[in-house]
Design a protein around this ligand. Sequence first.
Ligand code: ATP
Length: 236
Amino acid sequence: MNTALLEIEGLAASYGQIEALRGVSLRVGAGEAVALVGANGAGKSTLMKCVMGMLAGVSGVVRFDGKDITTRSVASRADIGIGYSPEGRRVFSGLTVHENLLVASRDKDGGRARAEEVYAFFPALKEKSQAMGWALSGGQQQMLAIGRALMLRPRLLLLDEPSLGLSPLLMTEVLNRVRDITASGTAVLLAEQNVHKALSVSHRAYVIQLGRVVRSSASSELLAAGDLSSAFLGGS
Ligand code: ATP
């Protein structure tokens, strides 16, 4: 098995009385694509926010590259190489595609070079580089949101529900890029309700149900098991 890049042990998080995560442990190896699948409300987004350090009152341990980062700020987690593309395609509607990418970078020259690499992942963005954020289709906005998260060359990309609201064709196009991103050396933790596609682009997967990991295995094994929706996901 790969050296663990991200290691989570016994993670628990609540919103008031609601226990969203109840002792989750998982790992993502360097350069690995790991899917986090589960029904609506299972706790996938909460887990991503915990890894990024966005929630208070969390217990458990989060390690990145062997270091305990449990108490680190969001900014410092971004600094050490964790990128985050949240659910809901956050892009600046009043900036062009290119400007959206550059403002997600730290220095102009490095930013320009990195933007070209991002365009190589998403050629559709290159064609639209001078279009305003508001003028993009849902699929293009999602590509841009992922592109922005890639600008700092993260070692781990947290990708939350990238297929939400996309047509099957665009969903496939966006999720297929996960393979290219991992091939370029960035590990991916992908939260998805679209189980079949998420499993087909990932190496391993964790099935999460009511805040607990109920199964983990190679994605190919889960795919071969079939009938995932009723078996693990509460019908999603
Ligand atoms: P989805 O795909 O719908 O985002 P999810 O698997 O990502 O689902 P979470 O969003 O992590 O699930 O939600 C886990 C649980 O925590 C659910 O019961 C949800 O209702 C609850 N929850 C999430 N965010 C909040 C919040 N800000 N306040 C209160 N409860 C919340």
